[in-house]
Design a protein around this ligand. Structure first.
Ligand code: SAM
Ligand code: DTB
Ligand code: SF4
Length: 329
């Protein structure tokens, strides 16, 4: 029997629930079988030659009270990071224009807050409205949100809110102690209820097990509906953070994570997020084969590096991949 016929778990209903056992079974398939399944699912829902491009800007940098052990922006770690108060609107708009001129479709603004105050939301609302007026899709990531704050952001025209579950519920307390898993789920619920598209994913290479990675994907895929956008970050090891010496994740395990994410959430846009600077072109191409159809585009993520804009242009051109043109309303 052909191996790919033995475990084809997704019957593609509108929303299927995924058990940990099913997702682990996918992870355990031979690599080529897993990629074949992921590519098959991918082609049922997406143009395989199309890539969504999002640019990032850190609008408030560092001095964060949270203790996420991967993050250079936590005030608890000595990471050589220059902190920066909330950026003025004109500087944000200059960066957004540069991103737009470079070809980005969405502009994501990130602030190192535990949760924003109403005053801070007022200032971010001005940014969202002005960036949207420029013809870009908007996304912000500001930490935990209350339901009224989500509603206000939606009214300002916000298209996406990014808030990651980061890892499995089982491994979570190894990584963060200052807020819990339920806090994260609550924020996602407020965002969903406000009518904002949900962008939520995770980070791998933290020292978690394969079971933890499968469990993270189960959490995301079993949200009803599942997120419209799922960023998969590979740990960027920053000196001074508790995880700076974590052993590298096997690159093929990273590709498997992309593939399982694609199969479990067929319609979502899977973003190959942090960690691309440490990946060569072939590994990125494998991630695209596995179902990643979005990247962060621009020379910087929030505080760490990302491939140069020209390098990405060349990579996409060599692979015959076009920039996605569809925009949300
Ligand atoms: N402070 C907000 C929050 O935590 O929701 C927003 C910004 S936070 C930097 C967004 C995400 O970036 C984190 O949830 C994590 O998945 C990812 N991230 C942060 N530091 C990273 C690192 N060193 N390597 C890879 N991903 C990272
Ligand atoms: C996401 O999942 N990854 C982005 C975005 N959402 C905000 C952030 C990556 C941060 C990487 C470390 C840094 O540059 O500070
Ligand atoms: Fe703060 Fe977000 Fe970094 Fe955690 S991930 S320390 S909440 S900026």
């Amino acid at each position: 029997m052909i191996a790919t016929e033995t475990v084809f778990l997704n019957p593609s209903p509108e929303h299927s629930r995924w058990s940990l056992a099913q997702l682990t079974a996918l992870y355990e398939l031979p690599f080529t079988d897993l990629l074949f399944q992921a590519q098959t699912v991918h082609r049922q829902h997406h143009d395989p030659a199309s890539m969504q491009l999002s640019s990032l800007l850190s609008i408030k940098t560092g001095a964060c009270p949270e203790d996420c052990s991967y993050c250079p922006q936590s005030s608890r770690y000595d990471t050589d990071l220059e902190t920066q108060a909330l950026m003025p609107l004109d500087q944000v708009l200059l960066a957004a224009q540069k991103a737009k001129d470079g070809g980005a479709q969405r502009f994501c603004m990130g602030a190192a807050w535990r949760s924003p105050t109403e005053k801070q939301i007022d200032l971010v609302i001005d940014m969202v409205a002005a960036v949207k007026d420029m013809g870009l899709e908007t996304c912000v990531t500001l930490g935990m949100l209350k339901s009224g704050q989500a509603a206000r952001l939606r009214q300002a025209g916000l298209d996406y809110y990014n808030h990651n579950l980061d890892t499995s519920p089982e491994f979570y307390s190894e990584i963060i102690s200052t807020r819990n898993y339920q806090d994260r789920l609550d924020t996602l619920e407020h965002v969903r209820a406000a009518g904002i598209n949900v962008c939520s994913g995770g980070i791998v290479g933290l020292g978690e097990s394969r079971k933890d990675r499968a469990s993270l994907i189960a959490q995301l895929a079993n949200l009803d509906p599942y997120p419209e956008s799922v960023p998969i970050n590979n740990l960027v090891k920053v000196a001074g953070t508790p995880l700076e010496n974590t052993p590298n994740l096997d690159p093929f395990e990273f590709v498997r994570t992309i593939a399982v994410t694609r199969i479990a959430m067929p319609k979502t846009v899977v973003r190959l997020s942090a960690g691309r600077e440490a990946m060569d072109d072939s590994l990125q191409a494998l991630c695209f084969m596995a179902g990643a159809n979005s990247i962060f585009y621009g020379d910087k993520l929030l505080t760490t590096g990302n491939p140069q804009f020209m390098a990405d242009q060349m990579l996409l051109q060599r692979l015959g991949i076009n920039q996605q043109t569809t925009a949300v309303g």
